[in-house]
Ligand binder design. Structure first.
Ligand code: FES
Length: 107
């Protein structure tokens, strides 16, 4: 089982193939996912600090291309299915921004 480490929070095992955003949320970390996992809002974005996430699909690539101020290791966690160990930094937390996380993305 791959291990996901969220910087400053915890490390936890994840079923292979699970969406990263759901893995993070199910570990008790209040990551935002305001569009429900549809590659539209970018609030689920994370920085990949180590590991080798799957290549970007077209939806993720196109959405991130519209942003100008993101670090190159930024990914949309709703578009990543965990396949190997990853260390990430979660950029948008519900409790810090004072807004609800958004509708839960589909499995
Ligand atoms: S882009 Fe909106 S939840 Fe991922």
């Amino acid at each position: 089982m791959p291990t996901v480490t969220v910087q400053g929070e915890k490390a936890f095992e994840v079923d292979s193939g699970k969406k990263l955003v759901l893995a993070i949320e199910d570990a008790g970390i209040d990551i935002l996912h305001r569009c429900g996992g549809n590659a539209r809002c970018t609030t689920c974005r994370v920085q990949v600090l180590s590991g080798d996430p799957p290549a970007m699909g077209e939806a993720e690539q196109q959405r991130l291309a519209r942003e100008t101020d993101l670090e190159p290791n930024t990914r949309l966690s709703c578009q990543i299915r965990v396949a190997s160990d990853l260390e990430v930094r979660v950029l948008n937390r519900s409790h810090l921004l004072g807004i609800p996380p958004g509708p839960r993305p589909m499995d």
